[in-house]
Every structure is written in C-alpha cells, then in structure tokens.
Design a protein. Structure first.
Length: 138
C-alpha cells in the first residue's frame, strides 16, 4: 500500500513547513513524479515567485536526508527527485528519452547475496533499475 503523500508525511514531522518549503513539496506531488532540481524550482516559483534556487536545493537536500524524497540518478541527465521515498519501489527508465516510472516488480524481495558475493558488506537496501526503450522511442 503506498505511503501517505509527501505533504501529509511532512505535516506530522517535527519539521517547520515554511511557505517556501511547502512550495517545493507541493511541486513534487503526483504519481510517477521524478523532477530535476530545475524543474522543481520552476514549479515552486509558479506558486511562490520569490523563492530562490538555493532554497529549492536546500529543501530538496533536507527532504532526501530525512528519507522523504529519493534521489534517482538516471543513466544520463540530471539527478531527479522522487517524492515516494517512504514507499518501497524500484524504477523503470527509458534509455532513449529518460522517461522514468515507479515499479513494484514481483520477486525483488527474494533477491539475496551469498556471503562471498557481499564482500563483507552488510546490505541495508536494494535498488533495482529496469532500463529499456519506451513505446515512443525508436
């Protein structure tokens, strides 16, 4: 079951939601939203014209540090921000146009590394990225 939307999750945290922070968070609302920092800035500025680029970057960094937003690094292009940090999922990426979708594939939870494959690591998280071409890319 998907987690509560970003704004709802933030409202119950001990984190002050200023009008600028709210504008950033509201920019990230929606399904399959994976925006670059510049896209977040453009959307936030539409609702809060006085917001600075530094405030957007700082807010995004805070949201990532809190685990509420994920940084997604596609094979090319800028880092994208995913507001579904509280909802365990993976990604499907088009190698042509960069389209990015949240996916919840069956069987991923069964992935395991043997002791020798872990090289002494303690595995804390698994991220699976499916890459391919979307229907609109040749």
């Amino acid at each position: 079951m998907p987690a509560a939307p970003l704004i709802e999750r933030l409202e119950v945290r001990p984190w002050r939601i200023t009008p600028q922070r709210r504008a950033v968070a509201e920019s990230l609302v929606g399904e399959h939203v994976h925006l670059s920092a510049d896209e977040v800035f453009t959307r936030a500025r539409a609702g809060f014209p006085e917001i600075s680029r530094a405030t957007v970057y700082n807010t995004l960094n805070e949201l990532v540090a809190m685990g509420e937003v994920l940084e997604v690094r596609p094979p090319s292009g800028p880092v994208r921000y995913d507001p579904n940090g509280a909802d365990r999922h993976h990604h499907l990426v088009c190698t042509g146009c960069g389209a990015l979708f949240d996916v919840r594939p069956d069987g991923v939870e069964a992935l395991r590394l043997t002791d020798s494959q872990r090289h002494g690591f303690r595995v804390d998280d698994v991220e699976v990225v499916f890459r391919g071409r979307c229907a609109t890319c040749p």
